[in-house]
Design a protein around this ligand. Structure first.
Ligand SMILES: Cc1ncc(COP(=O)(O)O)c(C=O)c1O
Length: 447
């Protein structure tokens, strides 16, 4: 199929046509294809600070930040210098190295994990954490929440079955029913559903896995006390509480989402998963937790896990340089910028008369555009009631004004320490046009 030509981005359109000939959908990760919003994905040639530049030379304020990793802005000098020096020393040895020890120490210092194992992607981290939880407990069942994404792990690509306490069905072709038969999918933020499942299956559950503060159904933060409740109910039933901080880790705070709730409330997950920011823009991720649980991992224990490029010296150097530069001032800056921007988005949509919810979890936020007023989005069912055509119109109106938003309504907006007041002003100036474009889309049923 020939992709539509795009007069605004002829270079991207031409590359997209070539890409589609040799790569399914023309992309190496589906959301990049713009299928949720239509049009031509921008092929980016370079990035600096808060800006992306595409192959046509058009510049965009970047509110995706590589889907989270870019905490310090693109091409941060400290990260670049550290990476250049690392590359000059060779790129992979297949042996233990100093930077991986130092990165692990930094993670142990910031988070409640006793020990950590480095891997190459968030998917690998959650997959390995689940294997470890099953190995440690000797149980098979997993509990997860609808709308939480944990990477493309077979057992977690699960959709809720016909009833709440029933087992899940595969969420995609290619996942055997056997892989999701031991997974249960519950509505997010629903304590009663969690209590029911533990009452019925408590002594069979290996772990409950949740995004520490979900960003993959749009931003739907945990209700106050919800994560602590999950930690407690897992502990009471001998199940492990696995908090997925791949997105939130080292982004929403120095110690991730746990720094915003668990550290203050006095509980900790048994296992945590990390990725994105800790790789400094390179493929690096991790899982870690209680020493007795991590001690089950090979080579000390019987649960097998390995990786040729795990703890790669360039990736760990980039991650370490990023975390060392991620000071309290960086988090304070991003918190303020995200707060201001979320407020302006809310204002512009209200002025245009678009029923909407702008919702934040720490310094991540997102916007939900509806046909009718909705008070808050607490779960995936409510998030799914959005009018996605309204978001597509909003997205393209922003893109046309040089603002690059997530090309899907089910994603978080990310900022960096390079998003200064001048950059924010540019985004704010574009909002009224985009809000009016969203308002011009008729409610579904009237279209
Ligand atoms: C919360 C969460 N967990 C896991 C993953 C998977 O990470 P990766 O894409 O590095 O495999 C993601 C990716 O977006 C994520 O947001």
């Amino acid at each position: 199929m020939t992709p539509p030509s795009d007069p605004a981005a002829p270079g991207s359109a031409a590359l997209f046509a070539r890409a589609r000939a040799v790569t399914p959908g023309g992309v190496n990760s589906p959301v990049r294809a713009f299928q949720a919003v239509g049009g031509t994905p921008r092929f980016i040639e370079s990035a600096r600070g808060a800006f992306l530049r595409d192959v046509d030379g058009t510049e965009y304020v970047d509110l995706v930040c590589s889907w989270g990793p870019v905490l310090l802005g693109h091409a941060h000098p400290a990260v670049q210098e550290a990476v250049a020096a690392a590359v000059a020393r060779g790129t992979s040895y297949g042996t233990p190295t100093r930077p991986e020890v130092e990165l692990a120490e930094e993670i142990v210092d910031r988070t409640p994990v006793d020990q950590v194992r480095l891997v190459s992607s968030g998917t690998e981290a959650t997959m390995s954490a689940i294997r470890l939880a099953r190995g440690f407990t000797g149980r098979d069942l997993i509990v997860k929440f609808a709308g939480c994404y944990h990477g493309h792990v077979d057992s977690l690509l699960a959709a809720a079955g016909s009833g709440l306490a029933t087992f899940a069905v595969p969420g995609t072709p290619g996942v055997p029913a056997a892989s999701t038969a031991a997974t249960m999918v519950l509505p997010y933020n629903d304590r009663a559903a969690v209590e029911r499942v533990f009452a019925e299956h408590g002594d069979e559950i290996a772990c409950l896995v949740t995004e520490a503060s979900p960003g993959n159904m749009g931003v739907v933060p945990p209700l106050p006390g919800f994560n602590g409740f999950l930690a407690d109910i897992c502990a009471r039933h001998g199940a492990l509480f696995v908090s997925d901080e791949v997105m939130t880790g080292f982004r929403v705070a120095r110690s991730g989402q746990w720094g915003l709730d668990g550290a203050r409330e006095g509980w900790r997950p048994d296992l945590l998963t990390f990725g994105k920011v800790m790789g400094g823009g390179f493929p690096a991720a991790a899982f870690g937790g209680r020493a007795d649980v991590m001690g089950m991992l090979s080579p000390d224990g019987p649960v097998y896990q390995a990786g040729t490029l795990s703890g790669n010296p360039v990736a760990t150097t980039a991650g370490l340089a990023t975390l060392r530069a991620a000071t309290d001032a960086v988090y304070a800056h991003i918190d303020r910028a995200a707060g201001l921007l979320a407020e302006e988005v809310d204002k512009a949509l209200a002025e245009a008369g678009v029923p909407h919810v702008v919702q934040a979890g720490g310094n991540m936020f997102s916007v939900f555009l509806f046909d009718d007023p909705v008070e808050a989005v607490r779960d995936f069912a409510t998030a799914s009631a959005q009018n996605l055509d309204r978001y597509a119109a909003f997205f393209h109106a922003m893109l046309g004004q040089g603002i690059y938003l997530p090309p899907s309504a089910f994603e978080a907006w990310f900022l960096s320490s390079a998003h200064d007041d001048q950059v924010l002003d540019r985004v704010v100036a574009a909002l009224p046009v985009a809000a009016r474009a969203a308002a011009a889309v008729p409610p579904r049923g009237e279209a």
